[in-house]
Design a protein around this ligand. Sequence first.
Ligand SMILES: *Cc1c(COP(=O)(O)O)cnc(C)c1O
Length: 738
Amino acid sequence: MVKRALPRTDRTDPAGPAGLTNRVVALPEALTALARLAANVRWSWHRPAVEVFRRLDGSLWERSAHNPVRMLALIDPVRLAVAAADAGFVAEVNRQADELAAYLARPIRSDVPAVGYFSAEFGITECLQIYSGGLGILAGDHLKAASDRSLPITGVSLLYREGYFRQRLTEDGRQQELYEDAQLEVLPIHRACDGHGRPVSITVAFPGRIVTARVWTVAVGQVSLQLLDTGDPENEPDDRWIAQHLYGGDIETRLRQEIILGIGGYRALEALGVACSRFHMNEGHSAFLALEHVRRFVERDGLDFAAARDRAARDLVFTTHTPVAAGHDYFPPELLLSYLGEYPAILGITPDEFLGLGRRNPHDKLEPFCMTVLALRLASRANGVSRLHGEVSRAMWQDVFPTSATTPIGHVTNGVHYPTFVSDDLAALFDRWLGAGWRTTPEDPEVWARVASIPDEELWRIKGRRRERLVAFARDTIHHQHARRDATPAELAQVTDVLDPRALTIGFARRFATYKRGALLLSDPARLARLLSNPARPVQVLVAGKAHPRDEGGKDVIRQVAAFAADPLLRRRLVFLEDYDTAVARQLVQGCDVWLNTPRRPHEACGTSGMKAMVNGSLNLSTLDGWWDEAWIDRDPTATPFGWAIAGRRFRDEDRQDIQDANALYRLLETSVVRAFYDRSDDVPRTWVAMMKSALATLAPVFTAHRMVDQYVAEYYQPAAPPPAATAPVAIPRSSRR
Ligand SMILES: *Cc1c(COP(=O)(O)O)cnc(C)c1O
């Protein structure tokens, strides 16, 4: 996993080379299809295509950070010539190119309205560093499932030049943040062109100047993602770096980014000739698009503000993603007006009425402007991302709808895109025993009911193989981590014996936001040490995750974990893997036996890593929050359990809750989890495998991105959809409120 950095492009020219196409070495005639395969990121969920590139040059595939476009820019021509002379390889390249062409030729569904899907981040593949965590992965999975379903969806986001940071830890566990230039010419993107083949740019007025954003396209199977890029040399130097970092910069940078995303993105779709009749705001960051949509009905159709707002609302869908107050954007009114001061006059309302669109109490002149409130006020359909989060959101935002008997926020529980995350080994097993349905109709319970027929030994053997792969990957990663810190040869030699490929393996990987309680498992060190160092029934823990650069609390937790991982008695059983990204995530969810999640209820809106683990046959051990709360409530208590709930009394006091939850967690591990894992007959843990099968049969048909996308189509995108159901709000702890 060494990532060799290419020379950085000159900072004074963030535009990089102005070429419209990727930099690819001249391909031999027989291998021209490679460029087509590389250019569509369908490979990020179609493993046979990745195998083509790995076969071509496995080590370069790793060094190119799993980016086939970069690989084709760097590859040795001799290597290419040898490959071109290999008839078997050429046939496989052409087979994969034909398969891609057939996938792309499926008719787009005409009974679904065209949707513009806006999100500040998209997590599609590790080489496109335009995501930071769950929100982005969710958006990426939404596009992938929409492509599989041939839906008319277009994604919209920003092209961050340095994306989110790469994480390194110092020897004493301090997080360091490194930024790498994205190098556009070797990314799987191309300049977006209009119907006449002209590259598309859009403009947005900022105070005293006009900012230009160029549009780039990522081909995501049958759909596309449009990325706005302000690196145009015509822009003032300051404006070229608006989208330098995802979630970085000060409040004004954030405002500029959100104006480019919402308003610029809306204009980009128009300039591209993509006529959308639905606009989906994935979180509040893009909510300015709603203003632009209202504006269209005022300017084009001559409607007054009230009529234009009603008309626009029909097309607008909003998904809120967090019950944590800090997760919602607020802007000072003066700052907002300095950028969007022309909007009140254009819309035919007063500046106070305009600001009121983003205030819980529209008449409170001191209240900052909230993007979530703006989205809730202007969209006709809004939802949270799990059943519990729907309830919590209704309670959180009920005062935005004072005259309404119910709060019009429904829920669509998130899902994950299985073909992206299921290991090759398990995918082959599923293909054999479940048929192709697990990829194409994963929402069908009949498909997963067939899991019962898989022999225990086969399922268990595959889990064992993935655990071995994970241990090898972890050793390799830790070796590099130590080598970077100038470890001595003796220290490096020690790395070879960390972890045990046969031990019960627990994974904990997520952003180190404080509510996720990354240190809960460490809260009683002696009790944890007893679990980890039991010679007969060893337990090992792999931890990964980044803390936001300004989140000192999160960084402290990482330091605590790192201190454990450095303890001579525990270092073989507890490791921290740096730089959590989709590549690390895949290894972990595929290889772990238990996926641990400890959010403080009800702060985890949904959580999706546990779903990735579940579909890879890992068992979830989690507090009752987000998706797990829902899975647990809906379970059949008489059936074989599919995991464990860290449950018990609920306290208002967070410290007491932490103590009780930690206790419940240790007790489950000591009494139930470890025993089930090591209780073998013919070397197979029968009870454990039965639980794996129960999880797949019960949960896999529900927590898939395909079900999620179908639900958005039926309940939120289709014209005749009823308004989302709403029930009475529930009480939520004060700490969730602002
Ligand atoms: C799935 C995923 C997440 C989100 O996981 P949560 O359980 O929602 O915290 C974050 N980062 C990466 C890299 C992922 O793959």
